[in-house]
Design a protein. Structure first.
Length: 320
């Protein structure tokens, strides 16, 4: 059942902006309305995510950083020095930069959908590590991993920290990992951070923090959609809802209409009833064995696992 007030525009043109608009309109018109989490990351969204990572409730960044710190030497031994480090969803590049002193990559490629944000971050990083060749790449890597020919195929180390894989459903994650394995080339590898199942109260607080930073991050997607689609979402008409769905093993993030909302965009629109939700993100939490199985079903061989047992989180090195 669709609830669009007018028909959705057909995806007729292959221009990227038209494709983005069609993808957004399709999601908004679906029976269970949704917006892909990749649209959380305009420049302001990336800044808000940076703030989330500094929150006391948001344990993944802190826990993963602790593992990098504690096991940095072993991680560097497993990965080898002098690699081409390709950072997927690099954001402010802080996670990769924390590994530079031990990992000593020959080259660093920072990939992010938010091109301006990552370009600025890289400019600051160049000054700190002038001996590492660096480039920023504005790319929606969830769609395509086609990297420019200038990036050598040999000794690629893909870096996918922060449990970002959890923002894909398991079938999407497998498909993405398979593409990633192909992009690894003949001797490539993956260094990945994956969040593990833990107490529901801890997870709930991480995605609904006391300061409301995650709420702002979630609501900001509507401003981004207004710009991309020419829509007229009233941000004040929506509230942030996030909870750990234990049965499905994932955090769900939604925006819930505070009252009836009418939303219009060129060629379409939809009326939302009070309490109706738009899903904006899933964040899967894995059992350790399932995390490894996901990698192996996608053709990777998990060679090392570093674990935080107190706040369960895994950093895994996997050979392509
Ligand atoms: C980027 N990603 C791994 C974050 C997560 O935890 O799923 C995004 C996020 N959403 C809400 N808070 C943080």
């Amino acid at each position: 059942e669709k609830r669009a007030a007018a028909p959705c525009p057909p995806a007729h043109a292959d221009h990227p902006q038209v494709q983005v608009a069609a993808e957004l309109a399709d999601g908004l018109c679906a029976h269970q309305a949704g917006i892909s989490p990749k649209f959380l990351y305009d420049s302001l969204g990336s800044t808000l995510f940076e703030a989330i990572c500094a929150l006391p409730e948001y344990y993944p960044t802190r826990t993963e950083a602790g593992l990098f710190e504690r096991f940095g030497k072993e991680i560097a031994r497993a990965c080898g020095v002098g690699t081409t480090l390709i950072d997927l969803g690099a954001g402010n590049c802080a996670k990769a930069a924390s590994l530079f002193p031990r990992l000593c990559p020959a080259r660093y490629v920072a990939v992010d959908i938010s091109a301006d944000f990552v370009t600025d971050a890289l400019a600051r990083l160049r000054a700190r590590f002038p001996h590492i060749a660096m480039e920023a790449l504005g790319l929606d890597f969830s769609n395509s991993l086609a990297l420019p020919d200038s990036i050598p195929l040999e000794r690629r180390l893909f870096f996918y920290p922060g449990s970002s894989l959890g923002n894909f459903t398991p079938p999407e994650a497998r498909a993405f990992l398979r593409r990633l394995r192909k992009a690894c080339g003949p001797d490539g590898a993956l260094l990945i951070g994956m969040d593990l199942v833990k107490d529901k109260a801890v997870i709930d607080a991480a995605y609904d923090d006391a300061l409301g930073v995650t709420a702002a991050f979630n609501l900001n997607i509507l401003r981004h959609v207004n710009r991309l689609l020419g829509a007229d979402f009233d941000v004040r008409g929506w509230r942030h809802v996030a909870f750990y769905n234990e049965a499905l093993g994932r955090v769900e993030m939604h925006l819930e209409a505070r009252s009836a909302q009418r939303v219009r965009w060129p060629g379409g629109g939809r009326d939302f009833a009070e309490g109706e939700r738009i899903q904006t993100e899933n964040s899967y939490k894995y059992r350790q064995a399932d995390a490894i199985a996901l990698l192996e079903q996608s053709g990777f061989e998990a060679t090392r696992v570093w674990l935080d047992a107190r706040c369960p989180f895994a950093v895994i090195h996997a050979q392509a």
